[in-house]
Design a binder for this molecule. Structure first.
Ligand code: A3P
Length: 326
């Protein structure tokens, strides 16, 4: 993997360019491929973000369960202020992406932040902040020994992340620009780009293994979760998440089934049926587009077995010796 460049010294127009992956062009920076509109936010966050020891970061490769993790972590950490059953709960009024924002998104969209201010400075502690930034490119102030920040990573089968992004990208591409459809972006096109690592956040396996290695080195600071395991045992994973974030469920809360309530509030069906998620929008997509199937193994409905075998082999080879397997 390429060494991390100096955040203050990036000429974006000089970076390698990939134009075949809608909805936006990608640039390669620090060994990973970035949507052009987001990259300035990554660079600005590396230069200007001021972490607090109490910060909790939710990290992921795109389309790996970020929205779900945002909802679960937010509901868990803020359950004293926002009881799960409250009809006024923020997750009933706002999309999870409006409850927990992306670090690089905020820095990309907010000109004062790019000039060095910290757009998150006004947020009360403890802050929950999401990011798609790979571990090796996080601001050093976040990962430094003694920084105190905690990171929760969610990883997903690369084949499902690929299919999920392919569907999402076509919707995003169709939703903006001049209205012309992007049906021409086939699964075969997406597959070839993904296998080359030329996908938003890619290469996916390098993204995942960076956090996995960090979770082995610093288990008290980096929690590594798998989307597929969360589907199998959501309450157990929320319990683990609560313990990790320093807000473990009390005996009374366990007896009252608080973990189950949080899981129900954040289930894909509950979230997709909330009015805000039926009608609202984010900067680049409709809220409803973040809730599709929410299962493991949907790749088999879109990819041929030979494609799956080829990608599995690429990933296996790339991760050889790391000790990590999907
Ligand atoms: P699919 O497209 O495979 O259905 P991200 O949040 O990182 O963008 O990932 C999106 C994926 O997570 C989508 O997968 C989406 O359906 C799924 N998802 C969204 N909310 C979920 C939830 N509450 N529970 C489980 N999966 C969810």
């Amino acid at each position: 993997m390429a060494a991390s460049p100096d955040a203050d010294d990036v000429d974006m127009a000089e970076l390698p360019l990939e134009t075949r992956c809608p909805p936006s062009s990608l640039r390669q920076y620090g060994g990973f491929w970035w949507p052009e509109p987001i990259l300035p936010g990554v660079v600005a966050a590396r230069a200007g973000f001021g972490p607090r020891p109490s910060d909790v970061f939710l990290a992921s490769f795109p389309k790996s369960g970020t929205t779900w993790l945002k909802a679960l972590a937010f509901a868990t950490l803020h359950r004293a202020d926002h009881p799960t059953h409250s009809l006024d709960h923020p997750l009933r009024r706002r999309n999870p992406h409006d409850c927990v924002e992306f670090l690089e998104g905020l820095f990309a969209l907010s000109p004062p932040a790019i000039k060095g201010g910290d757009v998150l400075a006004a947020h009360p502690s403890p802050r929950v902040i999401a990011t798609h930034i790979p571990y090796s490119l996080l601001p050093e102030r976040v990962t430094a020994e003694g920084a105190g920040c905690k990171l929760v990573y969610v990883c997903r089968d690369p084949k499902d992340a690929l299919v999920s992004m392919w569907v999402f990208a076509k919707k995003m591409a169709a939703a903006d620009e001049d209205g012309s459809p992007r049906d021409a972006f086939t699964i075969e096109d997406a597959f070839e780009l993904f296998c080359d690592g030329r996908f938003p956040g890619g290469p996916q396996w390098a993204h995942v293994s960076g956090y996995w290695e960090a979770s082995r080195r610093r288990p008290e600071k980096v929690l590594f979760l798998r989307y597929e395991e969360m589907l199998l045992d959501p309450v157990g994973k929320v319990r683990k998440l609560a313990e990790f974030m320093g807000c473990a469920f009390s005996e009374d809360e366990e007896a009252a089934g608080v973990g189950k309530d949080i899981v129900e509030l954040c289930s894909i069906d509950a979230l997709r049926n909330m009015e805000v998620n039926k009608n609202g929008t984010q900067k680049y997509a409709k809220n409803e587009d973040y809730f599709r199937k929410g299962v493991a193994g949907d790749w088999s409905n879109h990819m041929k077995p030979a494609m799956a075998a080829r990608l599995d082999k690429i990933v296996e080879d790339a991760l050889q010796g790391s000790g990590f397997t999907f």
